[in-house]
Ligand binder design. Structure first.
Ligand code: MSP
Length: 514
């Protein structure tokens, strides 16, 4: 291991229904960054899991006539299995019903009590069970005589009960100072501005316990109160590291987290509450919170009632996981909302995958099979045009690293897929099929160069489409320990004379209007 550590997390999902495209999106993005950091030789810890407590889950279980734990066991499995289907490279899957998590939450609670940040009072105000969030009167509106939260449109109910409060108001100034001295803590910038404005508007103390239901972690030494599900859930990022054991190697290596990937709807919890809890608990704060936008279907939020849900499992069954991964991150600009549709999925598969990268691999491997005895050809010298195409890609790698390290996934993909376009063009322009008749030496040099391009492009695309690129790299005889950027930067070229296999069809072209 390199000694460089990197900790990345997805939100933990409410197992209140079956997983949908929004969940798949958060997870795929986080997986891409996790895999990329591994290409940079980081020791990566990637966490995902399920958020199983609270009234929302309790009610959902009741609706299904199940005990909450049994209900969660069943649905949590669906999310675990989705992680496999999405080909996530997570090292841990946390459930908030686990013992290790209870231990961590208890410790956080006790620390907040010790720092004098918790007091007992009474909460009266609005609560959305669907968002598991408290709202002020100016944050709600009436729709068809029903009170809903403006931001999410979800129904709110009036709550009046004894509650423990966290002194959030006393952290206002410290939070603003923190945002100022850590300008990249919240990304993208637009979201950072929203949060700063919100905090500047004034923070009220936060109710952090409920007494009207039982499904959750009881307040230490006071079983009447259940800890607020967000204080419980956010702590998962620590429980996976065996906190409160701060001597544990996991905690030492991976806390503070490098980036929490979340959707924009849960920014307030991660960018305001979470750092305030941590400051009060005297623990280091995560380095970054990245709030991605929403996936829309035909410009509208995907929802059951609109009937415009694209089910990730159906898409994967039909087209495979790599096309879905590639499509979601190519089509939707990471920080913004973006629309998806079957038509644009088809176009993306055809244009970028089947006709570009897939085609490059197919035609070059076929050529090698027919004309080079299925071996990486030997050659004597390379010409300027060969060196240029190789150099162009290698020289771009530091820029690509910068893009990924600031989560500019869209530009990264654009640049990498352009290399594939250039490699196709190089192959077309140099016409190895003609060279074969007149200059075998030259043909060999061209094929060698383009095979190396395929290797480099496959490594760069590996975080996004791990299955297909792995197949190609296997066929080229590249061992897994060479799936990294150092090998590219150190010009570790393919071995000549090595027999190579032809990959099967990587991406099926889709006939439109079918
Ligand atoms: N349980 C909380 C998170 C706790 S993290 C300590 C939660 N769960 S969730 O299941 O409702 O949502 C999880 C993630 O899915 C959020 O990041 C949310 O933004 C994302 N998405 C849900 N629907 C979405 C879209 N339509 N588009 C993109 N992502 C959205 O919130």
């Amino acid at each position: 291991m390199s000694g460089k550590n990197f900790y990345i997390t997805t939100p933990i999902y409410y197992p209140s229904g079956k997983p949908h495209m929004g969940h798949a999106y958060s997870s795929i993005i986080a997986d891409i960054f996790a895999r990329f950091k591994r290409l940079e030789n980081y020791n990566v810890r990637f966490l995902t899991g399920t958020d199983e407590h609270g009234l929302k889950i309790q009610r959902e279980a009741e609706k299904n006539s199940k005990q909450p734990k049994a209900f969660c066991d069943e649905l949590s499995l669906k999310f675990k299995s989705l992680s496999k289907t999405l080909n996530l490279s997570n090292n841990d899957f946390i459930r908030t019903t686990e013992k290790r998590h209870h231990k961590a939450v208890n410790e956080i609670w006790n620390r907040l009590v010790k720092s004098n940040d918790i007091y007992l009072s009474k909460y009266s105000g609005w609560y959305s069970v669907s968002d598991e969030a408290y709202y002020d009167s100016d944050e709600i509106e009436s729709k068809n005589n029903i009170k809903v939260a403006k931001v999410s449109g979800s129904r709110v109910e009036w709550v009046e009960e004894e509650s423990f409060f966290f002194k959030l108001s006393s952290w206002e100034k410290k939070l603003l100072d923190f945002y100022q001295s850590n300008p990249n803590f919240i990304l993208p910038k637009s979201r950072r501005n929203e949060v700063v404005e919100f905090v500047k508007g004034g923070l009220k103390d936060l109710s952090v316990s409920r007494t009207s239901f039982s499904w959750g972690i009881p307040v230490p030494k006071n079983n009447k109160h259940i800890i607020y599900v967000w204080l419980d859930a956010l702590t998962n990022y620590l429980s996976s590291l065996d906190f409160p054991d701060q001597n544990d190697i996991k905690y030492k290596n991976f806390w503070p987290a490098d980036v929490h990937i979340i959707g924009k709807d849960i920014l307030r919890f991660h960018a305001i509450y979470w750092p305030a809890f941590l400051m009060a608990a005297k623990l280091p704060l995560p380095k970054r919170v990245y709030g991605h936008g929403w996936i829309l279907s035909d410009e509208k939020k995907m929802s059951k009632s609109l009937g415009n849900i694209l089910d990730p499992l159906e898409i994967i069954n039909e087209y495979g996981i790599d096309p879905l991964r590639y499509y979601l991150v190519k089509e939707v600009s990471l920080g913004n909302d973006g629309s998806i549709s079957l038509k644009s999925l088809h176009d993306c598969i055809n244009n970028d995958l089947a006709n570009n990268y897939g085609n490059l691999c197919q035609r070059v491997f076929s050529f090698v099979e027919k004309n080079c005895d299925s071996k990486i050809p030997n050659f004597t010298n390379l010409l300027k045009e060969d060196e240029i195409i190789t150099k162009n890609l290698i020289e771009k790698i530091p820029d690509l690293q910068n893009l990924m390290n600031k989560q500019d996934l869209n530009q990264y993909i654009k640049e990498v897929i352009n290399f594939s376009f250039s490699a196709n063009k190089y192959f077309n322009d140099l016409k190895p099929w003609d060279l074969k008749k007149v200059n075998i030496e030259r043909m060999n040099a061209v094929i060698y160069t383009v095979l190396n391009q395929i290797k480099s492009i496959s490594i760069l695309l590996y975080p996004i489409i791990p299955d297909s690129t792995h197949k190609v790299l296997d066929c080229l005889g590249v061992p897994k320990n060479e799936f990294n950027l150092d090998c590219l930067l150190n010009l570790k070229y393919l071995k000549t004379d090595l027999s190579i296999k032809k990959p099967g069809i990587l991406f099926k072209k889709i006939e439109n209007d079918n």
